[in-house]
Unconditional design. Structure first.
Length: 101
C-alpha cells in the first residue's frame, strides 16, 4: 500500500481515484502522519454491512421456521403490546442516558 502526501493527493486525485477503481489502496498523509485511506468501494465497510445484513436475514428466517415448527405465533394485539413495551424501554434508556429523572 502506497503512502502519498496530501498536496500530491490533491494534485493527482483523478489518478488516485482510477487506481482505487482498479483495486489499489492509498494512504494519504499530512506532515508524514497517516490521516486517510483511499480504498475501492468493494473493500469499504459497505461490504461488511452487507455481510451483516445477510447474516441477520438468515437468522430471522431461521427464527421464523422455529416459530412455525413450534406452532407458535403472535396475535396482532400481542405484537402491538410488545412494540409498545419496546418503545417504553427505549424511552427509559434515553431518559437515563440524558440524566433526567
Amino acid at each position: 500500500m502506497e503512502s502519498i502526501g496530501l498536496f500530491e493527493a490533491k494534485t493527482h486525485l483523478s489518478e488516485l481515484i482510477a487506481r482505487a477503481e482498479r483495486g489499489e489502496e492509498v494512504v494519504i498523509t499530512r506532515h508524514n502522519k497517516p490521516v486517510a485511506k483511499l480504498v475501492p468501494m468493494h473493500a469499504s465497510s459497505a461490504g461488511v454491512k452487507l455481510e451483516r445484513r445477510r447474516a441477520a436475514l438468515a437468522a430471522m428466517a431461521a427464527l421464523r421456521e422455529d416459530i412455525r415448527r413450534d406452532g407458535g405465533g403472535m396475535s396482532s394485539a400481542e405484537i402491538v403490546q410488545m412494540i409498545g413495551e419496546m418503545r417504553d424501554e427505549q424511552t427509559e434508556r434515553k431518559v437515563r442516558a440524558a440524566g433526567l429523572p
